[in-house]
Design a protein around this ligand. Structure first.
Ligand code: SF4
Length: 483
């Protein structure tokens, strides 16, 4: 690892805006918070993957991966970040380093050639160049190549120094944020600037979620100047320093960007969520309040309240037919981070019972929010081994599992409905409209007739039990007997 990268990583572990860091002593903070990665758990993502996830939604630039082909292949577009215009971001571009480049030390030359070629072919406003493990280990200096190429070719080339081995996906998100702070944000001026300009940080427009909330802001005359980085354009991100307020959606990912933008350009930030009706309303209120404190006309507050009242009424009217069907249904929520509390709150609004929620990637702040929402009933777990989760589901502890794709097979094997709630999902659940979609999807999964069919016992299974389950749970759940 280069000295510059080492210093950057140490600085990120020292991030004062991170509440985990704030709770640590000086000595502990120096050690950082990187957990050793699980061998073989490639789908968990490396730092490069995290950096690519955070920046790929800048849709009009070329994302050039300097490394062997597989690094780009592993992570390419696995999140469905949507674009309303340019498609360049979906182009997989890599230097495809070979053994010969490593032996002969021609990696940097190859990188420069690739930059030159993509600029000549696509004329992008910028090229983002990602380091990966191999070039970092052999000492390729992507910073120097990018500086030379920017100078020589007249197009900004942004080095993203986050090779996989430095740590987790989350650290990669933050290193991507550092690349934006060092080389992009503040380098251009917006064409127009208004007292109603905001940035949204940590929203990647997965499956089009930004498009569910942007119209709400537009209805209030608030302009989402830059979404860092959902459905983003280079120019918007480069001039994001002129916005009046930053809203941070995924707390752990880009906290460094929010804090440093406040430090450098005096832009206040707050953390909010667009999952659930009340959280969406709270986010709108917070934006309006902060904009007014920064010079926007005061009537914005009243207009925001009027919009909230109308949108909430519209959403509840659409949800009403489902409420009775969903009320009392038990949910096991297996996700992490900001989603853990925002989805808990959304489910509780529906009258559903959250029997357990994982807090794997949650900050202390996230955990406190879950406690505030669920009170004494907060069943928080770090992680549930698949065997235990299977036992819980077979016992009938939950009516549905909400998780990411990796745990879906536990639910399906236990013959329990499952709904994808992670980044890879194909449905958008943000804002008031997203909540209606979530409710519809929950109802669709729970009432799917396939569950009654697959739970029916075969004649030769009557009376059997699964002895290996620790507490000797009966093979059939109560729900299954009804089916
Ligand atoms: S950057 Fe390193 S850890 Fe990440 S995919 Fe490439 S080789 Fe694997």
């Amino acid at each position: 690892m280069s000295d510059a990268l080492k210093a950057k990583v140490a600085e990120l572990f020292n991030e004062p805006g991170c509440d985990k860091n704030a709770a640590k002593g000086e000595k502990e903070r120096k050690k950082g918070c990187s957990k050793p990665l699980t061998p073989g758990a490639a789908a968990g993502g490396c730092a490069f993957d995290g950096a690519k996830i955070a920046l790929q939604p800048i849709t009009d630039v070329v994302h050039l991966v300097h490394g062997p082909l597989a690094c780009e292949g592993n992570g390419w577009d696995n999140r469905h970040a949507a674009s309303s215009g340019p498609r360049l971001y979906r182009l997989g571009v890599t230097t495809d380093l070979s053994q010969m480049d490593i032996v002969m030390g021609t990696g940097e030359k190859r990188l420069y050639k690739a930059i030159k070629e993509v600029i000549a072919r696509y004329a992008p406003p910028a090229v983002f160049v990602y380091s990966t493990c191999v070039p970092a280990l052999i000492g390729d200096d992507i910073g120097a190549v990018c500086a030379y190429a920017s100078d020589k070719l007249g197009t900004p080339c942004i080095p993203v120094d986050a090779p996989g081995f430095v740590g987790s996906k989350n650290l990669g998100n933050k290193l991507a944020g550092e690349a934006l702070l060092d080389h992009v944000i503040g380098t251009m001026e917006p064409e127009v600037s208004t007292p109603f300009d905001i940035n949204i940080l940590g929203e990647y427009n997965l499956s089009g979620e930004l498009w569910q909330v942007r119209p709400l802001f537009e209805a209030l005359g608030i302009r989402v100047h830059a979404c860092v980085t959902g459905d983003a354009r280079y120019r918007e991100v480069a001039s994001a320093h002129r916005a009046k307020v930053n809203m941070m959606v995924c707390s752990t990912a880009l906290i460094n960007v929010a804090r440093k933008m406040e430090e450098r350009w005096g832009i206040p930030y707050f953390e909010g969520s667009f999952y659930g009706i009340s959280d969406t309303s709270t986010a709108l209120r917070s934006v309006a309040k902060l904009l007014v404190s920064r010079g926007a006309p005061e009537d914005l507050i009243a207009r925001t309240e009027a919009l909230i009242a109308a949108e909430e009424a519209r959403a509840w009217a659409r949800i009403e037919p489902y409420r009775q069907r969903l009320a009392g249904k038990r949910v096991l929520l297996y996700t992490g981070g900001v989603k853990s509390w925002s989805i808990v709150s959304a489910l509780q609004e529906m009258g559903m019972v959250v029997v357990g929620t994982s807090v794997r990637k949650s900050t202390d702040n996230d955990k406190q929010k879950i406690k505030d929402i669920m009170g004494g009933d907060a069943h928080m777990v770090e992680s549930i081994p698949p065997r235990e989760m299977y036992a819980q589901l077979r016992r009938g502890d939950a009516d549905i599992l909400l998780s990411g794709g990796r745990t879906q097979f536990v639910a399906l094997k236990a013959r329990v409905p499952w709904l994808d709630i992670n980044q890879e999902r194909h449905e958008a659940y943000a804002g008031y409209d997203g909540m209606v979609t979530l409710v519809q999807e929950l109802d669709r999964s729970l009432s799917n007739p396939v569950w009654a069919e697959v739970r029916r016992l075969a004649p030769w299974e009557e009376g059997e039990t699964e002895d290996w389950l620790d507490d000797n749970v009966p093979r059939l759940t109560p729900l299954a007997r009804e089916g």
